[in-house]
Write a protein that binds this ligand. Structure first.
Ligand code: MN
Length: 451
């Protein structure tokens, strides 16, 4: 482009050479200069424009790459979770069944070890998934009214046995000003305190663990509660104190060998507390003990509003035996496990290995409740539920029972028309109470009228 302009200027000069007046020559030179300058300006403008385009293009590409890698990561997490949970469901479920059979003391110990390891593995998977949920903004805080004093008492009971095993005392003090109930997320509070009390028990031997709850601020609608977990355990070296809330950080690289864990729990606890606008800090002396202090704001519950306990009324045996539950599940071991459980609880059942067969079975005979796996060949749980709702039965309780346990999965199941959700590995008591709840809601009155 520059070359063309320069040539054009030169041509102008040459064609005017005939006149050979100094004035025109000067004008010609000036004109040439002006042309050259503007050409330069245009060139520079074009160049910078092109550069900007290039940068924008690169930005677009890198943004797309980031988005893609997030999607790939999510998909990987979902698959990993599913692939681990499916066999884990069988391991935990069958070791539970094994424990109920006649065993000698040595065998009992082995089964115990299996159960503990299964539970530990499950907690790790849950932590990893929670992390991915926080990163993707899927984890939300669910504030509801809950009995905060009851929660703390339950936690103490839960850890008493473990504390005694290591010759520790575990005491609890709840300040008188703390009301019976507040409005907040009890699940997340429990998750954090279980992690921190669990650590205290893990790192203390022949010592004391003291849990307390105090009211530190009492404003119009908000009450700030400080929870402290103080132990007389091994403590944390000063140089590690500021790093213990970092993700994947272990206190020492060799502590994983003696104590395990620690990599994710505290980092997750911190994130969960911050999601609730709270804070967590730690004080520790190596060799003397550690104290974690968590402060969380809660909305005050209206006084004289007793915490409503869920109706735990049982489903009578004569009605259980008349109830038929359809297990829709492709994994052979998990089919067997669910069958064993339902038989133990006195329910009738049938098994469909995929959604299509479930539809056939439902057309052929009557069921009262469905346990629905999600990932299955031929027809998955989402499709099966949609078809059942559209073609066969709009109201039968369908409980998703799935190894798909990413945050947000429950909402997805409900959106497809299921009534409730339970993650694999299934906790037996949880499954039974869920079944009872939905039978009471939908089926019980009808069965009672029939009988
Ligand atoms: Mn499956």
């Amino acid at each position: 482009m520059l070359v063309v302009l320069a040539l054009a200027g030169r041509y102008y000069l040459l064609s005017d050479a005939g006149a050979s007046s100094a004035f025109t020559e000067l004008t010609g030179t000036l004109l040439l200069l002006a042309l050259l300058l503007s050409a330069c300006a245009v060139y520079i403008l074009l160049q910078s424009f092109r550069q900007q385009k290039l940068l924008e293009e690169q930005l677009k590409i890198s943004r797309k790459k980031t988005e893609e890698s997030v999607i790939i990561k999510d998909r990987f997490m979902a698959n990993m979770s599913h692939e681990i949970r499916t066999p884990l469901n069988a391991i935990i479920g069958f070791s539970n069944r094994l424990q109920k059979t006649a065993l000698n003391s040595e065998q009992k110990e082995f089964v115990n070890a299996l159960q503990h390891s299964g539970d530990a593995l499950m907690r790790i998977i849950d932590d990893v998934l929670d992390f991915s949920g926080i990163e993707n903004g899927i984890i939300r805080i669910d504030p509801v009214e809950f009995g905060i004093r009851d929660s703390l008492n339950t936690l103490q009971t839960m850890f008493l046995g473990k504390a005694r095993e290591k010759n520790n005392s575990l005491t609890l003090h709840i300040a008188d000003q703390l009301p019976a109930s507040v409005i907040g997320d009890s699940t997340r509070l429990n998750q954090v305190l279980i992690n921190i009390i669990g650590n205290a028990v893990k790192f203390t031997r022949d010592g004391t663990i003291h849990v307390s709850a105090d009211v530190v601020k009492d404003e119009k609608d908000i009450i700030s509660v400080a929870f402290s977990v103080k132990d007389s355990g091994i403590g944390i070296p000063e140089q590690h104190l500021d790093k213990i809330f970092e993700r994947f950080r272990q206190e020492k690289s060799d502590s994983s060998r003696t104590h395990g864990g620690m990599g994710l729990g505290l980092a997750l606890s911190k994130r969960l507390i911050e999601l609730q606008n709270g804070s967590i800090r730690v004080e520790s002396n190596e060799g003397k003990g550690t104290e974690f202090i968590i402060t969380l704001p809660y909305k005050k519950a209206k006084p004289l509003n007793p915490v409503v306990k869920e109706d735990e009324e049982d489903v009578p045996a004569h009605i259980r035996s008349k109830t038929r539950i359809l297990i829709v599940e492709d994994n052979l071991l998990n089919q067997k496990l669910a069958g064993f459980l339902l038989k133990d609880w006195g329910f009738g059942y049938d098994i469909a290995p995929n959604g299509l067969i479930a539809l056939e079975k439902m057309k052929a005979s009557k069921f009262d409740l469905i346990l629905m796996d999600i990932q299955m060949p031929e027809m998955n749980g989402y499709e099966a539920t949609q078809s059942i709702r559209k073609e066969i039965d709009a109201s039968i309780p369908i409980l998703a029972m799935t190894a798909h346990a990413l945050p947000g999965e429950k909402e997805k199941c409900l959106k497809y028309g299921m009534n409730d959700y339970i993650a694999k590995p299934v906790r037996e008591a949880e499954l039974l109470s869920l079944i009872k709840k939905h039978l009471r809601l939908n089926v019980l009155s009808q069965k009672e009228m029939e009988s």
